[in-house]
Design a protein around this ligand. Structure first.
Ligand code: ADP
Ligand code: TRP
Length: 340
């Protein structure tokens, strides 16, 4: 992938308590890619998609708390707001003007096919309820707002999880429809980047680690909380000395997703040979997690304690985002309205 002078944009929803699955699958790779594009003379744009969250999060205190947590988490994990344009979606009015324009180029059928809406409809139908029961227009229009997030900054690449690829494809189609309508490139066509290598980290019960399953190792837990979660990782009752296939051991899968290659190799060999007990491995894993996350945890606590500074960073970030957005939106407006 050629990152030279490109714009890489990442949006993150304010969600509840973060876990180490979010860290290895989302925070870490997004920040690493950000560093890479910046080193290649490009721009890294990263924002908290708070308006996207309104369709499912109507409690203002939670909204504020989750937004703060996610902002401080990304800063603690290494986002440098002097380099990355780091802001809150709701602080950039250009995005919402863009959304209004884009609705006029978006076939309604695209939205009917969008998976989050379809899943909600399927759930209703399965329960014997009217197809659109409890579905708001925020959910229905979710992909258009996301298209606005992406297109307003002329983004080239959008790193996302597999579940978001469809949204980026819809975005590319909407941009294509605009360009086809006016016979010129008004909006840049973006491309999704999926990090295939970022495997899904299993939780302590063996299902995907997820806050909805209550099976997480917390990202910002105390050393004690992390240890407690690691100690409860499900294990089997094979004899300690029996040679084991690491692929079948949950503890190994979690270690592989998180630990440095040398430690992963040590655990792998210990299991294959036999003699390395699950308790020992759990201790090694808990220590490795605490060592990597300790400094991040401290920074996170510090940012949370001085949130007014973070607020300032986000506001400054929004000003930079608006500078990037304005010409793109002005050009689009001028094209649509024949404004000079
Ligand atoms: P959760 O499943 O806990 O609700 P989210 O859906 O809020 O997590 O995920 C936020 C981000 O973290 C997404 O980009 C997702 O791909 C990533 N992520 C979540 N769980 C995992 C996991 N177990 N392994 C790897 N990445 C994950
Ligand atoms: N929809 C994304 C998610 O659920 C978050 C998001 C909003 C986003 N706008 C975006 C991601 C723009 C990438 C680009 O995770």
């Amino acid at each position: 992938m050629d990152l030279q002078n490109k714009i890489v944009l990442t949006g993150v929803k304010p969600t509840g308590t973060l876990h180490i699955g979010n860290y290895v699958g989302a925070l870490k790779p997004a920040i690493e890619l950000g560093h890479e594009v910046l080193a290649n003379g490009g721009k890294h744009v990263m924002f908290i998609a708070d308006y996207h969250a309104v369709n499912y999060l109507k409690n203002p205190e939670e909204m504020q708390q989750f937004t703060r947590q996610i902002a401080c988490a990304y800063l603690a994990c290494g986002v440098n707001p002097d380099q990355t344009i780091f802001y809150r979606q709701s602080d950039v009015p250009e995005v919402f003007e863009m959304t209004t324009l884009l609705t006029n180029f978006t076939p309604k059928g695209f939205m009917n096919k969008a998976h989050a809406y379809k899943a909600a409809v399927d759930k209703n139908v399965a329960k014997g309820e009217p197809a659109d029961a409890g579905i708001n227009m925020g959910l229905y229009n979710y992909p258009i707002l996301m298209a606005a997030d992406i297109l307003t900054y002329g983004s080239d690449y959008v790193p996302v999880g597999k579940d978001q690829v469809q949204h980026v494809e819809i975005t590319a189609d909407i941009a294509g429809a605009v360009n086809a309508c006016y016979g010129k490139q008004v909006l840049k066509i973006p491309q999704a980047i999926t990090q295939e290598f970022a495997a899904v980290l299993p939780g302590i019960d063996g299902r995907k680690m997820s806050k909805s399953y209550n099976n997480v190792i917390p990202l910002f837990g105390s050393a004690e909380e992390i240890k407690k979660a690691v100690m409860s990782i499900k294990t089997d009752s094979q004899d300690i000395n029996a040679p084991k296939n690491p692929e079948e051991i949950l503890l190994f899968q979690i270690a592989r997703g998180f630990c440095a290659p040398e430690l992963v190799q040590e655990i792998e060999e210990g299991l294959k040979k036999g003699g390395m007990g699950y308790g020992t491995i759990k201790k090694m894993l808990a220590e490795a997690i605490a060592t990597e996350l300790g400094p991040i945890h401290d920074k996170y606590v510090d940012y949370m304690a001085h949130y007014n500074k973070v607020e300032e960073m986000l506001r400054e970030g929004a000003q930079k985002a608006r500078v990037l957005a304005r010409p793109v939106l002005d050009n689009f407006k001028a094209t649509v309205l024949n404004q000079k």
